[in-house]
Design a protein around this ligand. Structure first.
Ligand SMILES: [Zn+2]
Length: 191
C-alpha cells in the first residue's frame, strides 16, 4: 500500500514522534509500506510523520559513490534511531523534502555522525563516522521525527524568500479537493 503524503503545514509534520515499544509484525508491515510510498514518489528517504504517523521510524536510501556523488541505495529501515555523535566539522549541502516538493535548500549540518537504531526485525545496529550524502540523508530524516524541517534552519530573510513556494504547496496539496495526489504529479525529490 502507498500512503498519502503529508505536506507543509500539516500539523503531523510538527509533532515529536514517540518511540516504538515493540517491533512486531505490524511495525514491520508499516515500515514496508513506508518504503513502498517512498519508492512510489521517487524519494530517497521518508519519515513516519510524512505519512501521518508519529512513530519514530524512518527510511534512508542514499549513499555516496566513489566521487562523492549521491547514490541511491536499497532502502534501510531505522526504528527508534539515536544519533550519538555529531562532528564539530560542518558542511553545506542541498536538501529537498517530499513534504514541500520542488524546494531545494542549502543547509549546514555536521559532516559526520554516529547513529544507532533497530531494523524492521528488531535487530540493533550501529553505524559510525557516517559522512557525505549518507549522513545528510539520515540527519534530514532524523529531524522529521522531532518535528524539525529544513526551513527551520533558514535565516529570517531566506525563510521569507521561500514562503511563496510554501504557500503554493499548501494551496495545492492541503485544500480538501486535492488531498489525493498522484505520484506522477510530483517531481523527483531528494528526500
Ligand atoms: Zn523531508
Amino acid at each position: 500500500m502507498v500512503f498519502r503524503l503529508r505536506y507543509y503545514k500539516d500539523p503531523c509534520l510538527r509533532e515529536k514522534c514517540q518511540p516504538v515499544k515493540i517491533i512486531n509484525q505490524e511495525v514491520k508491515a508499516f515500515a514496508k509500506e513506508l518504503i513502498d510510498t517512498m519508492i512510489a514518489y521517487n524519494g530517497v528517504g521518508l519519515a513516519a510523520p510524512q505519512v501521518g504517523s508519529n512513530q519514530r521510524i524512518f527510511i534512508g536510501a542514499l549513499a555516496d559513490d566513489e566521487e562523492g556523488e549521491a547514490l541511491v541505495t536499497a532502502p534501510k529501515v531505522y526504528i527508534n534511531p539515536k544519533i550519538t555523535f555529531y562532528s564539530k566539522e560542518t558542511v553545506v549541502m542541498e536538501e529537498g523534502c517530499m513534504s514541500y516538493p520542488g524546494l531545494y535548500l542549502e543547509i549546514r549540518r555536521p559532516a559526520f555522525i554516529d547513529i544507532e537504531a533497530y531494523d524492521e526485525d528488531g535487530k540493533f545496529f550501529r553505524l559510525e563516522n557516517v559522512g557525505g550524502w549518507f549522513s545528510r540523508n539520515l540527519q534530514h530524516e532524523y529531524d522529521h521525527l522531532d518535528g524539525v524541517l529544513t526551513i527551520d534552519y533558514l535565516g529570517q530573510s531566506k525563510r521569507k524568500n521561500v514562503q511563496a513556494h510554501l504557500d503554493q504547496i499548501d494551496r495545492k496539496y492541503n485544500c480538501p479537493s486535492s488531498v489525493i495526489t498522484q505520484p506522477s504529479e510530483v517531481n523527483k525529490y531528494f528526500t
